[in-house]
Design a protein around this ligand. Structure first.
Ligand SMILES: [Zn+2]
Length: 173
């Protein structure tokens, strides 16, 4: 789950650092510090709205050698940036479950062979029909199938729903 208050607090600290007079964005894809700040606001808004494209974009921006790290080093706050990036990744918490439980990768791989679900795009709840015609109701974090009920970790239905929602977000971003 995403710890939204912590993400907002950390993004606000990043914006503060980037608005200091010492901020230097000349070796990044950004033209001015204001552009970086605007992007961080946009990502924060997306994360509050639980837009998972925003989550992915932020995770991407935090990667070593990506813009934010480059800017932080050139601007003299490289050490603080590394701490903020680590705390942000923890607060976003999106990759942890697969890393903690390697068998999750099998479920991620199986997700694409499920029958395409019926999705209510307003509530983001999906209905899956299993091979034996049983019906499951799936949300971003839960499912009524036996696998989820037993393990309380994302099942293939949850991964498939996330995939479908993410695809939809990309089209509308
Ligand atoms: Zn399931």
């Amino acid at each position: 789950m995403i710890d939204i208050p912590t993400v907002c607090k950390l993004l606000s600290r990043l914006r503060e650092l980037i608005s200091l007079p010492s901020a230097d964005v000349s070796y990044s894809a950004y033209a001015t510090p204001d552009e970086v700040i605007e992007d961080l606001y946009k990502l924060e808004k997306g994360i509050i709205e639980k837009n998972f494209v925003a989550v992915r974009k932020l995770l991407f921006l935090l990667l070593p050698t990506c813009d934010l790290q480059e800017i932080s080093i050139d601007s003299g706050f490289g050490d603080e940036f590394l701490k903020i990036a680590e705390e942000l990744e923890n607060a976003l918490g999106v990759n942890s479950e697969a890393e903690l439980y390697p068998e999750q990768a099998i479920r991620q791989a199986r997700a694409m062979s499920c029958q395409p679900p019926e999705i209510d795009h307003y509530t983001e709840i999906a209905k899956f029909t299993g091979t034996d015609n049983s019906n499951y109701e799936t949300t971003y974090v839960s499912c009524t199938c036996p696998d989820y009920t037993k393990r309380k970790l994302p099942c293939k239905h949850i991964y498939r729903l996330r995939h479908e929602l993410l695809n939809k977000c990309y089209k509308h971003w």
